[in-house]
Each structure stands twice: as structure tokens, then as C-alpha cells.
Design a protein around this ligand. Structure first.
Ligand code: R5P
Length: 290
């Protein structure tokens, strides 16, 4: 077995290889002056089971192209089979035609990966695992919510109140509360399909003077999380923390969430950021060993 840590997941890829006791294949990478990507494997993958680790957080399109180049290269270099670990799967929020005429982005990307010889795809907290299982290569979805909750528990947040973003995400809050041994509920969010604007409905929660942790899969522009934090603060919670699996955290968003009233923001290393303090390597290794 050979692990190929892609340029976007160099550290996580090495961690996974270490924990699997697998060989690491170095990847030479450069960006041409016009922005195109160059990839070269520094060694053979012939007749090997190859695991490519490459996240597709920003810059999504470049990271996706690198992933496709690596997979197709492994195929051309006669790998026995190719697994891709895509810790954050770009475009997975566009998993449906919400409005007539929209491109079904995630299907296009998975179809391309299949064409490049990929037979297995492993990801973490994809937006809608049910849809992703029906794609040309079914996407295996792992959950890092337990790892995030364990992080908070170790920091002394036993019995904290867990909140998910939206009713549909209630299972996320339930998963966290199993670890934290506190109550759980959801923030009643609603997203406008055209503007993308999020509004929060009316709901009273028993969180006065309690520590609250809001769990979401992604923090990108931070708009959803900032509104949720402010809403929880209005309900007189003691301390509020923002937790997410994929801290895409666009420019200045971390600071804005703190300003909206959160004591801290915690994320995993599915994408690297200054809040990526929880590693998903053990979760991925456990899945790959199966
Ligand atoms: C939405 O469906 C997701 O679960 C996240 O709440 C959303 O993607 C966060 O995006 P932003 O940080 O841009 O509000």
C-alpha cells in the first residue's frame, strides 16, 4: 500500500501513512505562471494499492484539478487500485438541482474521478451523505463530530448543550451530546435558495447560563454561524463556542465570529486553518483498514 499525500493535504496524508505504516510517495508540484498545475510522482506505483489524500477546500478548482491529475497519473502508471481520500469534498453542497437548469456539480466531479480510475472515495461529513452514496462511485462518509465533541470534553465541557444548524442536522447535535453528556437541540435556520441568505426562526431553548457548542459541517463566509452565535447569546447562554468539521474560514471570518459573541472557534484538519486543532487522521485510518 502506498499513500500519496497531495499538495493540499501534505501533513494529513503523512499522518495517515504513518498510522497505516504505509509507504509515502512524494509528489512534485508546481504552479505555472499562468496558474496551471504540474504534478509528478517521485517513484513507482505499479501494481500497488494507492491511496491519494487531497482535500478540495479553497482554492477548490485548483485542488480538484490536482486530484484528477494524481488519480489519472496513478492509473497510467498501472496502480492496482486507486482510493481517494477527499477530507473536504468541494461542490458537495450542490448535490441536487434546487432550481431548474442547475448543474449537478458533485455528480460531474465523481464521474470524472471514476474516469480517472478511482474505485473508492472516502470523505468526511459530506453535506448530504444519502445523495453521495448514489453517485457513480459511492462516497463513503465519515463523521468527525464525535472527535470535535471529545476535544471539548477534554477541555472540561462535559454536559455542555449541543446545537446543530437546522432541524435536518439534529442528528449531528445528538451525536455530539452522546460524547458531551448534555442536552441537545437545533438552531432553526432557513436559507433562501436564490440569495443564499440565512434567517433564524423563533424558538426558545433552555440554555440560560449554560455553555453551548454550535456544531456545523462547514464555516465558509461565517454568515450562518455568526447569526447562530448572536441568537444563542440573546438567549443568555453563559459561553458559546463554534465548532465545525471543515473550517474554510474565508478572510477575516474567524475574527468576525468571535466578535459576534463566540468564545472560540474549533475545527478539524480536513482543511488547514488556524482553528484546525482536531485531526481526522485516526478516523480515516480506521475506515481505510476496513
Ligand atoms: C449549510 O447548509 C451548511 O451546513 C453550512 O451552514 C453553510 O455551508 C455555512 O456557510 P457560511 O459559513 O457561508 O454561512
Amino acid at each position: 500500500m502506498i499513500v500519496v499525500p497531495g499538495p493540499a493535504s501534505a501533513e494529513l496524508g503523512k499522518q495517515i501513512a504513518l498510522q497505516l505504516s504505509a509507504k509515502v510517495l512524494p509528489v512534485e508540484f508546481k504552479r505555472f505562471p499562468d496558474g496551471e498545475s504540474y504534478i509528478r510522482f517521485d517513484g513507482s506505483v505499479e501494481k500497488e494499492d494507492v491511496i491519494i489524500v487531497q482535500t478540495t477546500g479553497p482554492p477548490q478548482n485548483e485542488n480538484l484539478v490536482q486530484l484528477l491529475l494524481m488519480a489519472d497519473n496513478a492509473k497510467d502508471m498501472k496502480a492496482r487500485n486507486i482510493t481517494v481520500v477527499v477530507p473536504y469534498f468541494a461542490y458537495s453542497r450542490q448535490d441536487s438541482r434546487f432550481r431548474p437548469g442547475e448543474a449537478l456539480s458533485i455528480k460531474t466531479i465523481v464521474t470524472l474521478l471514476k474516469t480517472c480510475g478511482v474505485s473508492r472515495i472516502v470523505s468526511v461529513n459530506t453535506h448530504n451523505p444519502t445523495v453521495l452514496k448514489t453517485l457513480p462511485v459511492p462516497v463513503e462518509d465519515l463523521s468527525a463530530i464525535g472527535l470535535l465533541a471529545q476535544y471539548f470534553k477534554k477541555q472540561g465541557f462535559k454536559n455542555a448543550f449541543s446545537l446543530s444548524m437546522g432541524k435536518k442536522g439534529l442528528a449531528t447535535a445528538a451525536e455530539a451530546s452522546k460524547v458531551l453528556e448534555g442536552k441537545y437541540d437545533y438552531v432553526p435556520t432557513q436559507r433562501d435558495r436564490i440569495t443564499g441568505n440565512v434567517t433564524i426562526g423563533k424558538k426558545q431553548l433552555p440554555i440560560k447560563d449554560k455553555d453551548v457548542i454550535i456544531f456545523d459541517d462547514i464555516i465558509s463566509s461565517g454568515g450562518t454561524m455568526m447569526k447562530a452565535v448572536a441568537w444563542v447569546k440573546e438567549q443568555e447562554a453563559k459561553r458559546v463556542y463554534a465548532a465545525c468539521v471543515h473550517p474554510l474560514l474565508l478572510e477575516g471570518v474567524h475574527e468576525k465570529i468571535l466578535k459576534s459573541g463566540a468564545e472560540g472557534v474549533v475545527g478539524t484538519d480536513t482543511v488547514s486553518s488556524k482553528v484546525s486543532v482536531v485531526s481526522v487522521a485516526p478516523l480515516i485510518v480506521q475506515a481505510l483498514k476496513k
